[in-house]
Write a protein that binds this ligand. Structure first.
Ligand SMILES: Cc1cc2nc3c(=O)[nH]c(=O)nc-3n(C[C@H](O)[C@H](O)[C@H](O)COP(=O)(O)OP(=O)(O)OC[C@H]3O[C@@H](n4cnc5c(N)ncnc54)[C@H](O)[C@@H]3O)c2cc1C
Length: 364
């Protein structure tokens, strides 16, 4: 396994359950980027990943002009694939595949929580405030994944209540996964290149394997998958949010947990080491939640493909799983399952989540 983010951890979990010997190669600490996430699970709502429409592109440009988003890392191959995917419909079978990812993942989270709920898993409504509720309701009713939504009130504001949601503590689930993976070897190092038979690390060490799975977020672009780093920031803060909410007008989310509230924000196309926009998230969160202390901050990257759909495929003999964008935690258990099945040869590559949709005609 290359990458010990949430999808790598679930892939390793399924492989271990099947009796495979697993080595995880992680450039930093396991879950380092993934833990920045809010921990909101939206099992039947895909629209937040749809970035390839003209209206979204215009909205993003307006956000850039207002300083609410910035572009620091622009991969021209990604941009070309984005322009090609603009306003295109998802490949045939994509909605069924997404519905299945949501269902499988919900089942897996429930099973883990039933065994021991040490990661604060809770199925409860997600409140979306700062939106035109009747317009959003209408749009949700046209959504092919048929999310259960209703109008209501939240934190003193009109809200869209999304009923198929759940929340968890990202920090606690990463700890739980590491306990589940006891016995799995964790190698600290950065993969430089991969082949079907092994991984070469920076510094020259080579680790051989019967199968290689790359679950390294946006690093998959090194293997030719168009995937870009949409950076965001996650803070654990002392505020007490009343409910799990997304404030669309401020671009921040807040998830109340027993020891802290998780606050997240920003969607910057930015793989740089400059994390200064993180202060904007705090400023906006304080307007929403009042004063609070910061416990800590994590930086994360939403690995987004041009059409917002994940990629699970075999490329050059290597299994690649990435591109979950804003829904990586939501789909991690199921994407990990698919990647493990590909690595074990129990499933053939192809289908709506294959990277073939981005390949030039005739190339694979
Ligand atoms: C602020 C924020 C809030 C979010 N909120 C939510 C949410 O509420 N719900 C939700 O479903 N999703 C959310 N997401 C999205 C979710 O976090 C991502 O989709 C998810 O983290 C992707 O997981 P991943 O394992 O594919 O990649 P990553 O989390 O990017 O993990 C990749 C791992 O690979 C390692 N790596 C990279 N390159 C190499 C290399 N060359 N060699 C070895 N290791 C390498 C990295 O160090 C990292 O640990 C959020 C994201 C952000 C940033």
């Amino acid at each position: 396994m290359v990458g010990g983010g949430i999808i790598g951890l679930f892939t390793a979990f399924h492989l271990k359950q099947e009796g495979a010997g697993v080595v995880i190669i992680e450039r930093s600490t396991a879950g380092e980027w993934s833990r920045a996430a809010a921990g909101i699970l939206e099992f039947t709502r895909y629209k937040i990943n749809v970035i390839n429409t003209s209206s979204y592109a215009l909205r993003y440009l307006r956000m850039m002009l207002r300083g609410e988003a910035r572009v620091k890392t622009l991969d021209l191959k990604w941009l070309a694939a984005y322009l090609k995917a603009l306003n295109s419909k998802p490949p045939g079978g994509a909605w069924e595949a997404l519905r299945e990812l949501g269902e499988l993942s919900r089942r897996q989270y429930r099973a883990l929580a039933e065994e021991r709920n040490d990661f604060e898993y809770s199925e409860e409504p997600l409140c979306e405030i700062g939106v035109d509720v009747s317009k959003e309701l209408e749009e949700a009713r046209r959504d092919p994944l048929s999310p259960r939504v209703e109008a209501g009130r939240c934190c003193g504001a009109d809200a869209l209540l999304y009923l198929d949601a759940a929340k968890l503590s990202t920090e606690a689930l990463i700890d739980r996964m590491l306990r589940e993976l006891r016995g799995v070897e964790l190698v600290r190092g950065a993969a430089e290149s991969v082949t079907a038979g092994g991984v070469r690390l920076e510094g020259g060490r080579v680790i051989k394997a019967d199968a290689v799975v790359v679950a390294a977020g946006y690093w998959a672009r090194e293997l030719g998958v168009p995937v870009a780093p949409f950076k965001g920031y996650g803070f654990r803060v002392t505020a007490r949010a009343k409910c799990m909410l997304v404030d669309a007008s401020r671009g921040v989310a807040a998830v109340p947990l027993s020891g802290w509230t998780k606050v997240t924000g920003r969607f910057d196309l930015d793989g740089s080491q400059d994390h200064s926009p993180s202060q904007m998230v705090l400023k906006l969160a304080r307007r929403l939640l009042g004063t609070f202390e910061v416990i800590d901050m994590a930086v994360g990257y939403r690995p987004c493909t041009p059409d917002g759909l994940p990629v699970v495929d075999v490329i050059g003999g290597t299994v690649v799983v990435t591109g979950a964008c804003r829904l990586g935690w939501t789909y991690a258990p199921a994407l990990g399952r698919l990647a493990a099945d590909l690595a074990l040869g129990r499933r053939r590559p192809g289908g709506p989540l294959s990277a073939e949709r981005f390949a030039a005609r005739g190339r694979r």
